[in-house]
Design a binder for this molecule. Structure first.
Ligand code: AR6
Length: 183
């Protein structure tokens, strides 16, 4: 790992798993993933940043789709973003861990990856879903995110790169620590 640029890349099967500190709206992957709400209504955090950077056409498509249940994913074009598509997924609001949050968080990642595969996309970038406004404990959320990504790359050879774009240094460091436990 290079200590200056804050990036960690590991090969998993035929694909690459990449951790980077940064702003997901600048990513050039085929798709970036939005941590949306079930009404697809826009909001704060990464959701607000993606709509701001991508322009109004993304929200127009979201309105036509109408909504997305927690743990599921839908896709729109990327508007003015460099990424061609935005996959909108809805992570769980953390309410103590006894309400199926872990399964729902895993499902949010998995359904996003399946949608990328179905559209024949080669690269996808995720934020740390549910760890902001939705209060999911960071280390547990990072473990679920990374395990789901590592398992997916192990079982599917179509996706060439899964990248996690972590906004702040603390989140990046926790993802690095959790990835080292898995690989
Ligand atoms: N690039 C990458 N990560 C970012 C960016 C960015 N530009 N901006 C924020 N993050 P959150 P959630 C990080 O709250 O917890 C919204 O209102 C952020 O630092 O965006 O799933 C939606 O409409 C944190 O690490 O998503 C929903 O109502 C991570 O993204 C609700 O919040 C996720 O934080 C979803 O909450």
């Amino acid at each position: 790992m290079n200590e200056e640029v804050k990036i960690m890349d590991v090969k998993v099967n035929k694909g690459m798993l990449s951790l980077v500190q940064g702003d997901i709206t600048r990513e050039e992957t085929d798709a970036i993933v939005n941590a949306a709400n079930s009404r697809l209504a826009g909001g704060a955090g990464v959701d607000g940043a993606i709509h701001q950077a991508g322009g109004p056409s993304i929200m127009e498509e979201c309105r036509k789709i109408g909504g997305c249940p927690t743990g599921q994913a839908v896709i729109t074009s990327g508007g003015a973003l460099k990424a061609k598509y935005v996959i909108h997924t809805v992570g769980p609001i953390y309410r103590g861990g006894g309400r199926g949050e872990a399964n729902l968080l895993q499902s949010a990642y998995l359904e996003s990856l399946k949608l990328a595969s179905a559209r024949k996309l080669k690269s996808i970038a995720f934020p740390a879903i549910s760890t902001g406004v939705y209060s999911y404990p960071l280390a547990e959320a990072a473990h679920i995110a990374l395990k789901t990504a590592v398992d997916y790359l192990g079982e599917h050879e179509d996706i060439e790169m899964i990248r996690f774009v972590l906004f702040d240094r603390g989140t990046f460091d926790v993802f690095v620590k959790e990835l080292r436990k898995i690989i």
